[in-house]
Structures are given as C-alpha cells and as structure tokens.
Design a protein around this ligand. Structure first.
Ligand SMILES: Nc1nc2c(ncn2[C@@H]2O[C@H](COP(=O)(O)OP(=O)(O)O)[C@@H](O)[C@H]2O)c(=O)[nH]1
Ligand SMILES: [Mg+2]
Length: 302
C-alpha cells in the first residue's frame, strides 16, 4: 500500500479545513535527492506551506552539520531546542543557519524540549526530527505532503515498506513491538511504529494536544492523544540511520516502563487535558473532538 493511500486510515475520518495557504504539490521541484534508505526524495517542501522544523538537541554539535546539510528547501523556520548542552550545539547551529531560532530549554528531557519548541512555532505545519542524524531531514517533504493531502498528523514508521532502521537494537525492537501491540489493542489504532521520533502535524493540532511529559515517552503520549482526538492520521515510511556521533540517552528498560505507564494511564484517563490558552479560532473548533474516542476533550485544563 502506498504511503499516500494510508492517509486517514489510522484514525477516524474527521478532516480539518484545508491549509489556508493554498498549498500545491504541483509546484514541487522535480529535483530529487537520495534518502537514507535509498529512496529518491523531493528536494523541497510543497510550495505555499509554512513548515516549522523543531529539533531537540542536547550535546549534538558534531551531528548538527549532517542534519542541516540534509534539510529540504522552502522551510519557514528551524527551531533548535537546546537542552543545556555543554558542547557547542548552539554556536554550531547558528553558524550553520544564521536564521535558526534557538530555544534555551527551561525544563528537562526530550518531551519537555518538544513542548517548548512547539509552543513557539509560527508555521502551518510542524515537523519534529532528532539532532543526531538518525531521522533523515530529507524525508520532511514526504511528511508535509501527507498533511497537504488531508492528514492532520503524519507519523513516521520504520516498519512500513520503504521504511527501515539501522539504529534500532533488538531489545528496542521487541519493546516497541510489544508496546505498539498494546496501544493498538487498547486504543483501536493500526499503528505500525509507536516509539519513533519523526512526526509532522498541523499547527492547529496543538490547540487540542497537551504534551505534559518530560522524557522519551513523548511520542507515545502524542500518538495516543491524537488517536483519541479522532483526527486523520497517516503513517509515512521512514528510514532511521544509526546516530552519527555520541550516545543515545535513552535507557530501554527505564524508558520502556515510562512508556508503558503512559499507555495505561491514558487509557484510564476520563478527561483529556487541553491547553490553557489555545488561541483557537471559530473555524478551528471542529478540531476539538470528543465523541467516538474513549474520552472527552476540552474538559480538564492543565
Ligand atoms: N533539548 C533536549 N534534547 C534532548 C534531550 N534528551 C534527548 N534530546 C534529543 O532528542 C533526540 C533523541 O535523543 P537520543 O538520545 O538520540 O534518543 P534515541 O534516538 O531514542 O536513542 C536527540 O536529538 C537528542 O539530542 C533533552 O533533555 N533536551
Ligand atoms: Mg537517537
């Protein structure tokens, strides 16, 4: 099944209004670059969409040049959320891309870094990638295309045809498959990859999505909460490379248990937290959904 035809199949079919900016795939240049998995990828994001890229980074100075070198053309903004790096992460980012927006993370952990980064995005579509070059920035156009084609949330998957990983360890693969299975069972989703850090979504998703976790459970929390919202979710085949320099700070058992806790907690949760200040406009109200899911949105304010 092509990635395109998967759009909307993982969640219910509630569409948001189309992107305001008149996005068009036709305007996409035909020039291609090779993806990490050997695929040919568009060199630019679809024209007419303001794409914000959020990159959480802690001590990734050595990796950032390899990340920035593969960013597609036509991005609206790049936001690096620095987790109190003790190396030159911030300086390197500024040197590579003088217009980069640096956020000095106030809290701790990847989840918190993403939440802080998302809060300052000004684009129509937000893409989250890692700073260690394991997620391939050249795939960003594939994610954005899914949003332009009608998905509200496009989640990367290493386990679809055309996807893959040279980074995942056997224990992580097993843990991910186990947790993924539980989530599909408990939430009625058809996800093929739960704990992967490559996602894109419409900015308006943030009007209903609260990210109130700190650590590596963040992707799971997001994937569960968007499923509860009943929005249109697409999976995008993605190839994950091994981290170039440095070491992962994820600890499989500790973080796997944190993920499991989120999976169970979210299932028992009666009300879903909504952002305190949403800036939601009338026309976006359609997006605040509660019926059909296991919980009611718009009730508990955090
Ligand atoms: N800002 C910030 N970024 C973090 C933090 N922890 C991890 N990251 C970043 O999150 C991404 C994924 O982290 P990594 O350790 O590679 O985890 P893994 O990919 O799951 O093995 C990388 O870009 C890290 O630099 C943190 O506490 N703060
Ligand atoms: Mg990594």
């Amino acid at each position: 099944m092509s990635s395109e035809s998967r759009a909307g199949r993982l969640g219910s079919e509630r569409a948001l209004r189309p992107l305001e900016q008149g996005a068009t795939r036709e305007a996409r240049p035909l020039v291609l670059m090779h993806g990490a998995g050997g695929r040919e990828l568009p060199v630019a994001v679809p024209a007419g969409v303001r794409v914000s890229v959020v990159i959480p980074a802690r001590n990734e100075a050595a990796n950032l040049p390899h990340v920035f070198a593969r960013l597609p053309e036509g991005l609206h903004e790049i936001i690096v959320v620095d987790g109190r790096s003790t190396d030159d992460t911030v300086e390197v980012a500024r040197r590579l891309y003088p217009n980069v927006r640096i956020i000095h993370q106030q809290g701790k952990g990847k989840g918190n870094a993403l939440a802080e980064g998302f809060a300052s995005c000004t684009g129509d579509v937000i893409v989250m990638i890692d700073a260690d070059r394991s997620t391939d920035p050249a795939e960003i156009p594939l994610f954005v295309e899914q949003i332009v084609d009608g998905a509200d949330y496009a989640k990367g998957s290493r386990f679809l045809p055309d996807g893959g990983s040279s980074d995942i360890t056997p224990i992580r693969r097993l843990g991910n498959a186990f947790l993924n299975g539980i989530v599909n069972l408990l939430y009625g989703t058809k996800y093929t990859d739960l704990c992967y850090g490559y996602n894109a979504f419409r900015r308006s998703v943030l009007d209903s999505l609260v990210i109130d976790c700190d650590g590596f459970e963040v992707e799971t929390l997001m994937n569960i909460r968007v499923a509860k919202l009943g929005i249109r979710i697409a999976e995008v085949p993605s190839f994950e490379s091994a981290r170039l320099y440095g070491e992962s700070s994820l600890r499989p058992v500790r973080d796997g248990l944190r993920v499991l806790r989120v999976v169970l907690q979210e299932r028992l949760r009666k009300t879903m937290p909504v952002p305190r200040t949403t800036g939601r406009s009338e026309s976006e109200d359609i997006f605040v959904l509660g019926e059909g899911g296991p919980c009611e949105a718009r009730v508990e304010v955090v």
